[in-house]
Design a protein. Structure first.
Length: 299
């Protein structure tokens, strides 16, 4: 059989059919992908490192220590002498007014004793002398506020300086130097603890690298100040306020008069003694910290 050129297509009949023109030769289940351009994409490069810029530091690693006598940080003694002098002067003013309160109260009681013959005479004497007594007591109460504020300002300053002078930890944190005076119950011993630790840390006999302040002796002056202050203000003053109600009646005057006069005298003596001890404490701690600052090179 003669083969013609037209019969060559029969020989390709066993091949699979070709895809229609215009469609890509890829399976239909593959998602459409964008072809990259012929030019090769630039390779990723690591971000440039700025060697001049320092790396971030750990905020807790380089934090300054609260107590660093070894680093040479001098105590902050600016206005320390002025705060101590103002506190001392105001404390003595309060002590003088306390004595004045006892004097005018004594005068009132004496006049009431001579007017027990009749109820009318008793009330007239009381109404005449009581305004002066109340005025002196209110002045005394008003003087306590600036005196206490000046003392607390001085106390907070020397408490901060004590941490720079001696590395030994205090028994109470810094906030109790002021807060210990206003919290109920703990105010009976927290202020004494704060002042005692300040005394120990500021004492030149205490090593700047001491580990504990418990081994150091507490100054007898600090103990005397706190005992006389408690007895003079909290104990006997409370007794006087309770007995004051008995002086409004002539029938109860005889017994209450003697007890209140004795309590008033003892209270004034104790308050004046506490004021003298406080003045000596302020003077001595201030002098110690000024000497410590001069030793660190801070005049």
């Amino acid at each position: 059989m003669t083969e013609y050129p037209g019969n060559q297509g029969d020989q390709r009949s066993h091949l699979p059919p070709r895809a229609p023109a215009g469609k890509a030769d890829r399976p239909r289940h593959q998602p459409h992908r964008l072809r990259r351009p012929d030019s090769a994409a630039p390779a990723r490069q690591a971000p440039a490192v700025d060697h001049e810029r320092p790396a971030p530091k750990d905020p807790g690693r380089d934090r300054p220590l609260p107590r660093n006598p070894i680093s040479g940080t001098p105590p902050r003694v600016r206005w320390l002498s002025a705060c101590g002098g103002a506190a001392t002067a105001l404390i003595f003013v309060v002590a003088a007014l306390d004595v004045a309160c006892t004097a005018v109260t004594w005068n009132l009681f004496t006049k009431l004793t001579g007017a027990t013959s009749s109820r009318t005479a008793y009330e007239d004497v009381y109404d005449h002398a009581e305004p002066l007594t109340s005025t002196v007591h209110w002045i005394h109460l008003a003087a306590v506020v600036p005196a206490g504020a000046a003392f607390l300002i001085w106390l907070s300053r020397v408490r901060a300086n004590a941490e720079l002078i001696c590395a030994a930890p205090h028994r109470l944190s810094y906030g109790w130097a002021v807060g210990g005076w206003f919290c109920p119950v703990v105010s009976l011993w927290f202020p004494h603890t704060v002042v005692a630790d300040i005394w120990k840390a500021s004492d030149p006999g205490t090593s700047p690298t001491a580990v504990s302040l418990r081994t150091r002796p507490t100054g007898k002056l600090v103990s005397a100040w706190w005992i006389t202050l408690l007895l003079g203000t909290a104990g006997l003053r409370g007794y006087l306020l309770a007995e004051d109600q008995n002086f409004r009646s002539a029938s109860t005057l005889s017994g209450a008069l003697h007890r209140s006069i004795v309590a008033g005298i003892l209270s004034s003596v104790l308050v004046v003694t506490a004021a003298a001890c406080a003045a000596l404490i302020i003077r001595r701690i201030t002098a110690w910290q000024l000497a410590a600052a001069a030793g660190h090179g801070a005049a």
